[in-house]
Design a protein around this ligand. Structure first.
Ligand SMILES: Cc1ncc(COP(=O)(O)O)c(C=O)c1O
Length: 383
């Protein structure tokens, strides 16, 4: 019911505290299956200062718009592009929708089709429904990466583009983007790389010596990349990223917004009014941590995932779905549903709805949390 009379701040806060008591919090270390994390304190600070900025009306907040642009350029550089075109958006979902929208608008075919791996995120289902683009799913190989031969077989005159994934949602697998890029060039098609998760992991892990495939604009067929600061970038939600190689993609999805207080602009994002503070936080975090800072975060996460995978293998009845490529470890057990239920009852934020349990080594996950989890898992399984 909409209250007729207001309550004091103390009363409202007390009610909030009571009602959120059943939420799991990132700092508790119990959330092991999420791609989000406890926001970096510095990002929180930036957001609290600039909470009023609206990038939906950039004429009013010209400085903030320039900062968003700088953030896009820094991320483009990280991804091997001197100058990119894009926006800080609400998340990987919006970024993927924007990429599909750009491909469709430029393709000029009557019955548009998008080719994507079975491992793709469900955001493409939303894109498909909203944009009238048929999804053509391709098979995976034994290692759970996309079968590039199957992709080639499925190309038709209606194909508007190809999707590859750099860090699949379930297993953190990086597809053979280089082969997809060659294919895209051969057939004159644009390739979109969904690096929503892997974008803030792979560049750093590669420099740390992990043997990972190329995935970014260094591959000439790659025309757009989704990369989310609100995942491994440690920026508060919402902060996704879409980068296009060429201006024409952004232009293909821009509409005129004529009546804004700050004057006429062109808008490519799905959202109109959108949080400037989060875009500023992306910029601030990149400036604050730098490549070396993110490399440290990724180093911890990668080392933890290798150690954790090794520990899982020691538990009878537990098996890895595949060796981890990034900082995601997914495993199965005998009586998986029962194990999931019991782990949840012990307060662990995990799920097994994909047919396995996925643990994401986000920055808030520490070794002591995992040791406790392993003890619980072992107890549950051997009982
Ligand atoms: C590979 C991939 N793409 C896209 C998304 C969607 O991101 P968001 O939930 O920020 O919209 C996710 C989310 O987990 C993802 O893993």
């Amino acid at each position: 019911m909409f209250p007729r009379k207001g309550a004091s701040e103390e009363e409202v806060l007390a009610e909030l505290e009571e009602k959120t008591a059943e939420d799991l919090t990132f700092d508790s270390g119990r959330i092991l299956g999420s791609m989000c994390t406890y926001p970096h304190p510095f990002a929180r600070k930036v957001i609290s200062i600039y909470i009023d900025r609206n990038l939906g009306d950039p004429g009013l907040h010209i400085g903030s718009q320039k900062i968003e642009e700088e953030a896009i350029q820094m991320i483009s550089n990280l991804l091997g592009l001197e100058k990119g075109y894009g926006n800080i958006v609400s998340g990987g979902t919006e970024a993927n929708i924007l990429a599909v929208r750009a491909f469709r608008n430029l393709a000029d075919v009557e019955k548009p089709e998008l080719i994507l791996p079975r491992s793709a995120h469900f955001s493409f289902l939303k894109a498909s429904e909203m944009l009238g683009v048929k999804l053509v799913w391709t098979e995976l190989k034994e290692d759970y990466s996309v079968d590039v031969n199957d992709v080639e077989r499925k190309i038709t005159d209606n194909t508007i583009g190809i999707v590859g994934i750099a860090g699949t949602t379930g297993l953190g697998v990086v597809d053979d983007i280089s082969a997809l890029s060659d294919l895209a060039i051969d057939y004159g098609l644009p390739l979109h790389v969904d690096a929503a998760f892997g974008g803030f992991v792979i560049p750093f892990a590669k420099e740390l010596g992990y043997d990972l495939p190329d995935f970014d604009f260094r591959l000439k067929g790659v025309q757009s990349i989704t990369i989310d600061p609100h995942k491994m970038g440690m920026v508060p939600i919402p902060a996704g990223g879409i980068i296009f190689r060429k201006k024409k993609f952004l232009e293909a999805i821009s509409v005129p917004a004529p009546y804004l207080a700050g004057g006429k602009v062109w808008q490519a994002t799905i959202t109109g009014t959108r949080p400037g503070a989060n875009a500023l936080a992306v910029w601030a975090m990149i400036k604050h941590l730098g490549f070396e800072g993110y490399k440290e975060v990724v180093k911890r996460a990668m080392e933890l995932s290798r150690w954790f995978a090794g520990e899982l293998k020691k538990i009878p009845g537990v098996y890895l779905i595949r060796e981890p490529m990034l900082n995601i470890v997914s495993f199965g057990t005998t009586n998986l549903e029962e194990v999931e239920e019991k782990l949840k009852r012990r307060g662990w934020g995990i799920s097994a709805h994909r047919g396995y349990i996925r643990i994401v080594m986000m920055p808030h996950v520490r070794r002591e949390h995992l040791e406790e989890f392993l003890r619980d898992l072992q107890e549950i399984i051997t009982r």
